[in-house]
Write a protein that binds this ligand. Structure first.
Ligand SMILES: [Zn+2]
Length: 407
């Protein structure tokens, strides 16, 4: 008789390259046995790979669900968060930071409250939300660095305001992206750091000294380095060089094949080494079929089969990222020629450690059985998710509304 609490997952570990049989019990990894016999053939194209579920520090939305929904009641917001969690899980990402962006005090508070209520009401949501990423509103007001954040709500850091949001979230804000040139930013970063919240530099037009001061105050990351920047910069110095040169700063990159040229990704990889990590920065259209969509921020956008999302009237202008973190892992390995193990670590262990999340991002006995299996086409840079397990339970991939395990 099979135990309903037991799940058996077999595949070749992405980190060690060894074939294993993983047994999960009660939601945790109970055992991992190597099944490889000496002299076994190298991985073939049909190989089923196994890795920890992906950990994404930046998701605005997925599968049509938008965390930054406006003009709606709390019930709908909370249900949106729960549906978003399920859509994200089905993509292979088993822990993530819903990302609340620049808006009015009330709007941001409602977003924070919705995440808290969804976590309180729904166990799956609580286990998938690694913390909230608050991106803005304490960012640059300049066109370029500001990105798509609304200019009228960009402002200087305010600890009392942040504290009200942190309270609404039930202490779930774990990552804050801000611009260090804003008055009071260094002091604000110091307070965040003391409170155990990771401060990250992003959407900034800071000079070198402001970036150094932010690192000194405790900032630990650059958010989607190379994006949310001016289209043109002086050759040197400027804020991208300064952040690249600053060893105290890890960096996240959107490696979807559209946001950064492969030469830039390669340089960042060489400079940041083991502190470079991947984020999807997905918007709500990610995970939907290619086509033309009308967005609530205005304007028609087109989603191409390649995952590129741009404005219909100006195809040079990206309208956000529309890929999953699994897609980014594949793209990164292809762009840089890195081993699969490195690309996977950048989307599992590294973000989990940066956020200080114990028990996720690695495959170890006693840890949560958050596992993804996939096929890997190195030439095409394509990682094809086959099964997703959250706490040992099959949660994806989703195909036409149905969960179809293909292992
Ligand atoms: Zn951003």
């Amino acid at each position: 008789m099979t135990d309903p609490n037991t799940t058996i997952i077999e595949g070749r570990r992405a980190d060690t390259g060894r074939r294993i049989r993983l047994v999960a019990n009660g939601g945790f990894v109970a055992s991992m046995e190597e099944t490889e016999s000496p002299g076994q053939a190298a991985a073939g194209p049909d190989e089923l790979w196994i890795a920890p579920g992906f950990v994404d520090l930046q998701i605005n939305g997925y599968g049509g669900e938008d965390i930054n929904l406006t003009g709606t009641d709390m019930h709908r917001r909370v249900e949106t968060v729960k549906r978003l969690v399920r859509a994200v899980l089905a993509s292979g990402t088993t822990s993530f930071c819903p990302t609340v962006i620049t808006a009015s005090f009330e709007q941001m508070k409602d977003c924070m409250t919705a995440v808290r209520l969804a976590c309180e009401q729904d166990e799956l949501t609580a286990s998938a939300v690694a913390g909230i990423h608050m991106e803005g509103p304490y960012i640059s007001g300049e066109n370029g660095p500001r990105g798509a954040h609304p200019a009228e709500h960009v402002r200087d850091p305010d600890w009392a305001e942040f504290s009200a949001w942190q309270e609404a979230s039930g202490d779930r804000i774990r990552l804050v992206t801000l611009a260090p040139e804003r008055p009071g930013a260094a002091e604000f970063i110091r307070k965040l750091t003391e409170a155990g919240v990771v401060a990250s530099i992003g959407h900034t037009a800071a000079d070198h000294d402001h970036i150094a001061a932010a690192a000194e105050a405790g900032a630990r990351m650059s958010t989607h380095l190379g994006n949310g920047a001016h289209p043109q910069l002086p050759r040197h110095p400027h804020y991208i060089w300064s952040q690249l040169a600053e060893d105290r700063l890890a960096a996240s990159v959107i490696c979807d094949g559209h946001h950064l040229h492969f030469s830039v990704v390669n340089v960042m990889h060489k400079v940041k080494g083991e502190t470079l990590l991947l984020v999807s920065d997905a918007v709500h259209l990610a995970g939907l079929p290619p086509g033309t969509y009308r967005t609530h921020v205005g304007g028609e956008v087109e989603l191409l089969p390649s995952g590129r999302l741009h404005m219909v009237d100006n195809p040079n202008l990206l309208a956000g990222s529309a890929v999953s973190l699994a897609d980014c892992v594949g793209r990164f390995a292809q762009m840089t020629g890195s081993p699969l193990a490195t690309a996977v670590a950048m989307a599992t262990d590294r973000p989990a450690r940066l956020l200080g999340c114990a028990g996720i991002g690695t495959l170890e006995i006693g840890q949560a059985a958050d596992v993804v299996t996939f096929r890997w086409n190195a030439e095409a840079g394509k990682l094809d998710v086959q099964a997703v397990y959250k706490r040992g339970r099959l949660v994806g991939p989703e195909r036409r509304g149905e969960i179809v395990p293909r292992t």
